[in-house]
Design a protein around this ligand. Structure first.
Ligand code: FE2
Length: 323
């Protein structure tokens, strides 16, 4: 069967303070600021900040809702960590760089033969830099992070589940992944050519209490997989429904892309999303991406009110288009 989704598009987490989040992603992780907008559900103004690699490629876009009004509960049925790829041999650089930024980090470890360092976002979210010799995507550079050490994009998410089999079926039967290995409590699934951007890892944690599903600081809200166009989303929705996953959402207009959501049996929310013409350049030029806040057209009348309710943020110049 030909499956419509080919890898990641974005991963979305709830941060705490907005400026802490900006500093963490643009300076410690070294991503570019790709878009500043707001959460399009609900009525309370919440930022939606997008960070990415140099070309804002699907599969490199980390997005956050700085959501300090409510703290989430971490647990199973959630993304436990998000792994970014870096070039082989760069972990000593990352160890020093994270230390310089006073980021909590764990000792270097290995999963499926790949070395990684896990480190913490100020809100308690876990991220990893994972060495991958095959990922040739172009990372963003900063005064402290050269191209050779830069983050290329996602390797993939690590999902904590109390039971593996039904989430395994979901990724295989509904999304077209195949199981490619087990390493201790980790179960690896890959799609297409596999490897970076095409890997989902389940972490079997049978005794871990369930984490929250709401927006809440310190938790990942969802992962989003990418399809080429609206037809891909329609096909994916049909696959879900044919298999009996009848809670697949309608296709929603997220202005920069279209989205459809379905919660997997293990509890993690999985979005399917596709490009729309113009994408992130619908409301600002390529050279200005990420430099200021943009609201979707249906909310432009609320701009002043929303701006007044949002924490002012300062984005480093080095995090927006400089090349
Ligand atoms: Fe999303």
């Amino acid at each position: 069967m030909d499956y419509p989704l080919t890898g990641y598009h974005h991963i979305t987490a709830c941060a705490g303070g907005a400026q802490d989040d900006v500093n963490f992603f643009t300076q410690a992780v070294g991503l570019r600021m790709a878009k500043q907008t707001v959460l399009m559900d609900g009525k309370i103004p919440i930022y939606h900040l997008y960070y990415s690699n140099a070309k804002i490629e699907p599969g490199s876009v980390m997005t956050t809702f700085p959501y300090s009004r409510l703290k989430g509960r971490r647990g199973s049925g959630q993304v436990q960590a998000t792994a970014f790829t870096v070039a082989k041999g760069t972990l000593p650089f990352w160890k020093d760089h994270l230390k310089k930024h006073k980021i909590d980090q764990q000792p270097m470890a290995e999963r499926f033969g790949q070395s990684f360092i896990r480190f913490s976002h100020p809100a308690g979210l876990d991220f990893e830099v994972l060495e991958d010799k095959d990922d040739q995507r172009q990372g963003w550079t900063t005064p402290e992070i050269a191209l050779a050490e830069s983050v290329r994009g996602f390797h993939g998410a690590v999902l904590s589940v109390r039971e593996v089999p039904e989430t395994e079926r979901f990724f295989i039967e509904a999304l077209g992944f195949r199981k490619t290995g087990v390493d201790g409590n980790y179960h690896r699934f890959e799609t297409g050519t596999g490897g970076a951007n095409k890997t989902v890892t389940l972490l079997h944690e049978p005794d871990r209490p369930a984490g929250s599903w709401t927006f809440g600081a310190g938790t990942v809200h969802h992962i989003a997989l990418w399809g080429a166009d609206d037809d891909a989303l329609t096909r994916q929705k049909a696959i879900y429904e044919e298999l009996g996953y009848t809670d697949a959402s309608e296709i929603k207009d997220r202005f920069y892309f279209h989205s459809m959501y379905c919660r997997c049996p293990g509890g993690i929310l999985v979005e399917s999303c596709c490009n729309v013409p113009g994408g992130f350049e619908k409301d600002e030029k390529a050279s200005e991406l990420g430099t200021k806040l943009h609201l979707p057209p249906w909310w432009t009348g609320r701009k002043e009110e929303m701006m007044a309710a949002l924490e002012p943020i300062r984005v480093p110049e080095t995090a927006t288009a400089h090349n």
